[in-house]
Design a protein around this ligand. Sequence first.
Ligand code: 13P
Length: 254
Amino acid sequence: MRKVLIAGNWKMHKTNEEAEALAKEILRGLAETKGVEVALCPPFTALERVKKVIEGSEIALGAQNVFWEEEGAFTGEISPKMLIAIGCKYVIIGHSERRKYFKESDEQVNRKLSKAIKMGLIPILCVGETLEERKANKTWSVVERQLTSALNGFQGEGEIVVAYEPVWAIGTGIPATGEDALEVILKIRERLSELLNESFASSTRILYGGSVTPDNIMEFLKFKEIDGALVGGASVKSESFIGIVKKAALRGET
Ligand code: 13P
C-alpha cells in the first residue's frame, strides 16, 4: 500500500521565527488527522527550528535541495550528511525552479539523487514540462527524459518519491486537470516498471504538484494512482495546508 503523502515546499519563504510559528500551527491543526503522511520542507535556515517543533510527531522534515558531495570546498552548498544530521527524511530534487533559475541539468539531478539515496534520504524527484513543451506535444518525451536520466545507475536500492509538476501549473493558479495529471502519472509508473521492476513501480509514490488548494486536491486524489501532492503557495498558510491534508485524509474513507 502507498500511503498518501502531502509535502509542503515552502520555497524561499519564512524566516526561522516565522517558520517555527507556521510549523506549530500545522502541528496543532493536524493533531487529530490520521492516514496521511505529511512532510514540511522549509528553507535550510529553518530546518532545525521546524524539526524541534515536529519532533515526536508523525510529521516529517524535508529539504528543498542538496549537493552531491559529503563535504569539502563547495561554498554555499549543503550535503546529504548535514541534512540527515538535522533530521531530514526527504529532499526535493530537480525542482523546475532550480532547473530554470540555477540551470540544474539532468546530469546534476542524477548526481544529487544518487548521493541522497546512498546517504539514506528519500528524494522527491520533480519532473514536468513547460507550457511550450506541452503545446508542442512533448509532455511525455520531456518527463520521460527527466525521469530516465535522473534514475541513471539507480537499481532500486532505496525509496524514491516522484512529483509530476507541470511547470505551467506552478504558482499560476491554473492546476492541471486530474485526468491530465493521471495520464502522465500512469506513464511514469509504467516507465519505473521498465527501468526497475514492477514491484518497485507499484510501491513508489507519485505525487501531483502545481496550484494545489483545499478546493482542488480531491480532483487529483479521486484517482488511486495519484498518491498525494507537493504543495507550494498553499503550504505556507496554515489554514490552506491543513485544509489540504484533512481532505486527503478522507480519501481512505471514500
Ligand atoms: P504551487 O503550489 O505554488 O503552484 O507550487 C507548486 C510547487 O512548485 C511545489 O514544489
